[in-house]
Design a protein around this ligand. Structure first.
Ligand code: APR
Length: 252
């Protein structure tokens, strides 16, 4: 479903919902010039994730992981929130967004002003030394020289969840709780294939929530878990939905 009718339907659904949660993936940051992982131009087209983004590679050959990390983080360091991120910040200001659960590690929801964000796969704003535990800000490194090293000379690791690593317990628990208690979930810019993240829209659906997808193309959950898909770019669709929600006003 595309166009004005879909936008209006989503705005009506959000206006009458009592507890809205947004679940976002790499697609919401594509319009901030950050490549998605899958599909055309995706990061995993250039780097096999099982090779470059697995924790065992990082431990045994950190220089190799840092080839992929430098590519991804160079774009993240330059990236700015786009109209989609700003629309979700506006939805929080309208008191119609309880929280964002994001799979992204680019910190753009926080930069856009959202205050309730669960970083399901961590966040690359900080780097940690696995030897001595010291933490550093990504912004303090130019990434001209990789891999970045700690004062103790060990290689630093971004605070993102690598393949083969567990989801941080607190993020997992809070995300599952929010998904089970929401009555509407916006699923924005995700291919919905990675577990356990992709179970969150299913938890919401099972709890009776309306699940609305925003994506230029269908995904494996379209029409099965999601009630409807609004086909389009998040940076174009979300601002129009939030503007319509503002016009409807917030029914108590
Ligand atoms: N607006 C909305 N959606 C978009 C846009 C856009 N402008 N451009 C692309 N998309 C959609 C694509 O159609 C696709 O469905 O965003 C999705 C991106 O999918 P992935 O690249 O697989 O990203 P994501 O779903 O977040 O991946 C999940 O996989 O590799 C791991 O840890 C990584 O967090 C990531 C997880």
């Amino acid at each position: 479903m595309t166009g004005e009718e879909a936008i209006k339907r989503a705005a009506r659904d959000i206006a009458k919902a009592k507890r809205v949660v947004a679940f976002t993936g790499a697609g919401i940051s594509v319009e901030s010039e950050i490549a998605p992982f899958r599909g055309k131009g995706g990061l995993w087209e250039r780097y096999n994730p099982e090779e470059y983004a697995h924790i065992s590679t990082f431990r045994n050959n950190p220089e190799k992981s840092w080839q992929m990390l430098a590519d991804m983080l160079t774009h993240i360091k330059k990236a700015k929130p786009n109209p989609a991120h700003r629309a979700l910040a506006e939805l929080e200001k309208l008191r119609k967004l309880r929280c964002i659960i994001t799979q992204n590690v680019d910190n753009l929801h926080q930069k856009a002003g959202n205050t309730s964000v669960i970083d399901f796969h961590g966040n690359t704003r900080w780097l940690t030394c696995l030897e001595c535990g010291r933490k550093y800000k990504l912004d303090d490194f130019s990434l001209e020289e990789i891999p970045p090293r700690c004062e103790c000379r060990a290689v630093l690791k971004p605070d993102a969840v690598f393949f083969g690593e567990p989801i941080p317990m607190d993020a997992l628990r809070r995300s599952q709780e929010e998904a089970s208690k929401c009555d509407l979930m916006l699923v924005i810019g995700t291919s919905a294939v990675i577990q356990p993240a992709a179970s969150l829209p299913i938890i919401a659906k099972r709890a009776g929530a309306t699940v609305i997808e925003i994506n230029p193309e269908p995904t494996p959950i379209t029409g099965i878990v999601s009630d409807y898909l609004i086909e389009g770019k998040a940076g174009e669709v979300l601002p129009r939905i939030v503007e319509a929600v503002g016009k409807i006003g917030i029914r108590k």
